[in-house]
Design a protein around this ligand. Sequence first.
Ligand code: PPS
Length: 349
Amino acid sequence: MMHLASGHTAEALQGEELERQERDFQGYTNGMVRLNPGRWLFPADYTSFADKLYRFKFRKSDVVVMTWPKCGTTWMQEIVWTMKNNPDLNNPEAKIPTRRRVHFLDFDMLTSSKNIPSYENNPACMAAFRKVYPNGNIKDGVMLQLVEATPDPRTIKTHLPFSLLSPDLLDTAKVVYLARNPKDVVVSYLHHSRILRLHGYTGSMDQFVQYFVDDDLVYGPYWLHVKEALEKRDHPNLHFIFFEDLKRNNMVELRKLNKFLDTNMTEEQLEKVAKYTSFSEMKIREEAIDSLKEDQHLREDMISTEGGFFRKGEVGDWKQKLSPQHQAKIDQWMDRYTKDFDLPFPCSS
Ligand code: PPS
């Protein structure tokens, strides 16, 4: 057992539990750890970065986009970065793919999978790293160091919950927290876990829904992740938003973000950003310069039948995908864990 700076203990998964994870997720090739309290589940490599992540120093001008996987992170990364750096849509840096402008703070723990090229064998990533750290040590975390080297104002992506990041985070930087109907999250995370080699999921939808409600997916448990954010919702540096509201009342939410981020954009600028960050425009733009493909992270054979990273971008696709049994299972899970949430959670839309 390992004691972490965050106050958690990390214990390696063993026996049948580890065998099951490694059988169903063929990208998990280097072991897994469970953190307590919380039962957070991560690839074992998390322990190499946990204390660095917890002690990561945020800056006053940072905006952190915090989400559980598949809640609309990439969409929000693009919205925040564009509002802060490209309000007139004329910044040449916007041509760089979103994920190479807004780095993923905790990504390093996911890169040791033998299913994807190592950093050393990933020319695009190494070029970005060597440009800023000619003699940098990969073992200190490529993404961690790239976030460090990003010029202000930084927009930073994380899937970590508040309890695994610096307790000063909200008193230092701004956080945009995006949550999504868990039924759409399950459908999207299942696709993601199949198409991304670093997960390499080979099991069924039945099993995946079971993993979800048992809080046995990487970055789980979802409900606790959301709960930690909801508890801090009144902090002036936290903006809590639902994917569903962003989709249905896009301009209303962009106006709220404009206020929260102090970006002082005009109505006309916001309307242009709304169009620029719409699903259809982001899909065309990002797929033309697809950095996930470039990094060989995607299973190309799935893209034509199932869709790529930009799959559907809709509210309620779960109605087409989840059986009544899956829905009932997630409803029960919602009842058990979210009854003390002090705001209605979109689970029927
Ligand atoms: S990740 O990998 O965890 O960071 O994924 P994340 O970006 O959080 O979520 C991916 C889902 O968001 C959809 N998406 C969008 N929806 C609406 N508008 C825009 N612009 C947009 N961009 C991405 C994406 O399609 C994934 O959802 P699904 O339901 O799978 O389509």
